[in-house]
Design a protein around this ligand. Structure first.
Ligand code: ADP
Ligand code: ZN
Ligand code: ZN
Length: 751
């Protein structure tokens, strides 16, 4: 279909329909769609994506935008007239809306949910002020008088300049300049200015040059290059520091040359910021932009406009950047593709940016490049079976991978060391401090301890809303729930027996910090975890201080396993390496392997060889052993076999249904009923083998935020057909108000 016929069709939609479906965001009601009558005079103009004013009850006129058309109204509804089209240029087009509809469909949620997550609600504000700036420019001396000539001479020298700045510099007034404009001596223009979060990176330095790629990098690049122009999912499996970023950059350069745009995702805001800085230095601030949930609505609004004007050629961001309206995409890159942060768990849409990006790449006929040192097992399986796997085995500069030692903590206990640090690790840290080298200590658990118990009666203090122990935080001297926002002062007495014998048991990262301070009193020690990040950008500041060498020991949770590239780090200690493996979840081995391999990769990035210590009670566990050797292939072989044995992804796709209620019995009963009905249909259709239904069972976290939770797992081996089947089954379900049904498609955990 040519552009022209498509346009007329879009315009005809307004002509052919009586009602427009509009999206609004109202305090207390939320984001919702309503139907409005299209007045005759607006019919030829109205289009999908236009911002509107519509009357809404006692609130008077409110903002909305067009998301659809229809000739019918739901029963019992009377539609009012649309008052006004605010701007005839749509904010998005039909294709974009269709893309969002696909997302809503795939994740079993409403288009409103997706729109709310995708489009800056700023568009729904009445005063959508566009900031502008006036410039002044020299034209001719004409017949200017002496004073005017002085001004004109100065302007000729400075060139086009902000008018207010020029007034100051030339010690003149706006009135004088207006006169000069009237006589044609100067030109005053007004230009839109954008709030660009990248302003801070702006320099006058020329773009950084591209380094010469190594042989391995060249081969990787050439493979990607050969796929430009069509869809393919490519996996770049490169060990940490193999120089994947340089491969991406070379590919970006080529895509830009071909006149197309690039979307580049990083798993977290902090990493996206670092990445954007690198991109801006290489390709220029003007054509690069950043997009994530942390930038303000105003900034998003501006970046959105620039994207629509095709001024942005490279968009970097965290997961929500897949919803930016970038057009003409020639390449999508997802770095550290194994990260769970690509999946939004709360609220709906519970989307996985990798899946959405795949759809986007297909729509654009562009390759999707996934990169990781420890790929998602499903990504690896797919890439191996389709021949779209690229490997980079060498670190840039051939720095060897760090040597890993596994410390069996059972033996430490036997030697009567009851401390958190093994003797070997303490010695290594001391030596490292003497050598003025830096150390990273990983303890992947927030808070001070893991539970608080009364030694008199055995009571473990639990969150009143969730069936989960509360966790002591030493900074605030409070007990916090890590699943809801409950927080209470640390009690003096046991709430059950009033004994004062309360003990904070188990180890969290704050306890490790405290003990490290005692063990290494002269070292500069800083903790990095989400509790330490009270301030925006503190993460970056800490990492910055660390890379400047101002911190001797950085202690933290999984946060510090990522993106850190610091040649002076020669020692990494992992305090409780078992932590990640011990969750009752099908991906726990994978997650543990990834975390340990990634954190081990932080050591020995420079000329000094690295040393890594994994402390564990379970040294024979396969994921730990393979992480020790940093041997992905061996890990993969064992893991993929167990996935196949138990029909977990990639051998099936999981749909998780949770029924929750404040009443435990009612939650359980409704879950049983739905499971029974589902089983009935599936048995009747004789698809119970490829569409197996498990449960209901109580969730591992049985009570969350005051609601009891029961889950049904569906393992779907029927691909799209099974997906559609479950979708239509669930859309027919009607539940009483006190029972909530949530669906998580492709969940990353099933806790
Ligand atoms: P990865 O993303 O695979 O972990 P990076 O792309 O960050 O690795 O590269 C690791 C380091 O090696 C970086 O400091 C990078 O600048 C450097 N590097 C990689 N490739 C080259 C190259 N071809 N020439 C010069 N330096 C390189
Ligand atoms: Zn007690
Ligand atoms: Zn809680």
């Amino acid at each position: 279909m040519s552009e022209n016929t498509k346009k007329t069709e879009e315009q005809q939609e307004g002509m052919l329909n009586k009602y427009a479906l509009v999206l609004t965001s109202i305090k207390g009601i939320g984001v919702k769609t309503f139907s409005y009558l299209i007045p005759e005079d607006l019919k030829p103009k109205i289009k999908i994506g236009q911002p509107l004013l519509v009357p809404f009850g006692r609130m008077g006129l409110i903002n909305a935008f067009v998301v659809g058309f229809s000739n019918y109204l739901p029963e019992g509804i009377k539609a009012k007239n649309i008052s006004k089209i605010l701007d005839e240029t749509p904010i998005f087009d039909v294709d974009y809306l269709k893309f969002l509809e696909w997302v809503a469909d795939y994740y079993f949620c409403s288009i409103q949910n997706v729109l709310e997550c995708a489009v800056p609600l700023k568009f729904l504000n009445a005063e959508k002020k566009e900031l502008s700036q006036k410039f002044v420019e020299f034209v001719t001396f004409g017949n200017a008088n002496k004073r005017q000539k002085e001004i004109l001479e100065l302007l000729e020298q400075t060139g086009k300049i902000n008018i207010a700045d020029f007034e100051k510099a030339a010690k003149t007034t706006r009135a004088t300049l207006k006169k000069l404009e009237n006589t044609g001596c100067i030109k005053i223009t007004e230009e839109k200015i954008y709030r660009n979060p990248l302003e801070i990176f702006k320099t006058n330095n020329p773009p950084e040059p591209f380094p010469k790629l190594t042989e391995e990098q060249t081969a990787a690049y050439e493979k990607i290059e050969s796929h430009l122009g069509s869809y393919e999912k490519i996996l770049l499996h490169g060990v940490t520091s193999s120089g994947k970023t340089e491969v991406y950059f070379k590919a970006i350069q080529e895509v830009l040359k071909q006149g197309k745009n690039v979307l580049f995702l990083a798993p977290e805001i902090a990493l996206a910021s670092v990445l954007t800085k690198r991109l801006a230095k290489r390709f220029g601030t003007e054509i690069t932009a950043i997009w994530h949930s942390g930038i303000s609505e105003g900034e998003k609004f501006d970046v959105w406009q620039k994207i629509k004007n095709n001024e942005i050629r490279i968009l970097a961001g965290a997961r929500s950047a897949v919803f930016a309206p970038l057009k003409n995409i020639g390449l999508i890159i997802i770095d550290e593709e194994h990260e769970s942060a690509y999946k939004q768990t709360m609220p709906a849409p519970r989307y996985d940016a990798r899946t959405v990006a795949q759809k986007l790449a297909q729509l654009n006929n562009a390759p999707l490049v996934l990169g990781s040192a420890t790929p998602d097992v499903s990504s690896y399986y797919y890439a191996k079976n389709t021949g779209s796997l690229i490997k980079m085995k060498k670190r840039y500069n051939d720095y060897p991978l760090a040597k890993v030692r596994v410390i069996d903590m059972k033996e430490e206990r036997f030697r009567a060391n009851n401390g958190i640090f093994s003797k070997a690790l303490v010695n290594a840290v001391e030596e490292n401090l003497r050598d003025k080298k830096q150390t990273i200590i990983l303890m992947n658990r927030r808070g001070f301890s893991t539970y608080t118990q009364c030694l008199a009666c055995g009571e473990v203090i639990q969150c009143p809303n969730c069936a989960i122990p509360l966790i002591f935080h030493s900074q605030t001297q409070t007990l916090k729930c890590h699943y809801c926002d409950h927080e209470e002062p640390m009690p003096v007495k046991c709430p059950k027996c009033e004994s004062e014998a309360l003990k904070n048991c188990g180890t969290g990262v704050q306890k490790v910090e405290l003990i490290a301070q005692k063990l290494f009193p002269d070292a500069k020690i800083v903790r990095l975890d989400s509790d330490a990040l009270a301030k925006k950008n503190l993460h970056i500041e800490i990492l910055d201080e660390f890379s400047k060498g101002n911190i001797d020991i950085l202690i933290g949770t999984q946060m510090l396993a990522k993106g850190l590239d610091n040649p002076n780090v020669t020692l990494v200690g992992v305090i409780n390496a078992d932590n990640s493996f011990n969750l009752p979840d099908f991906r726990s081995s994978e997650r543990g392997f990834q975390l340990l391999t990634q954190v081990a990769g932080r050591a020995g990035r420079g000329d000094n060889p690295g040393e890594v210590y994994f402390q564990t009670y379970n040294p024979e566990f396969f994921a730990l052993e393979t992480a020790k050797e940093q041997d992905y292939e061996s890990f993969y072989k064992t893991e993929i076999q167990s996935r196949e044995d138990f029909d977990y992804p990639p051998f099936s796709k999981i749909i998780r249904i949770i029924l929750s209620s404040k009443n435990q019995y009612r939650a359980e009963r409704s879950a049983q009923e739905i499971a029974m009905r589902l089983n009935d249909v599936v048995n009747k259709m004789q698809i119970s083998e490829p569409l197996s239904i498990l449960g209901p069972v109580a969730c591992v976290i049985e009570k969350l935020q005051e609601r009891y939770r029961f889950q049904i797992l569906i393992k779907n081996k029927l691909e799209e057909k099974g997906h559609r089947f479950i979708h239509s089954f669930l859309s027919q379900i009607k539940l009483p108000d006190d029972i909530k049904l949530t669906v998580d498609v492709d969940p990353l955990d099933i806790l």
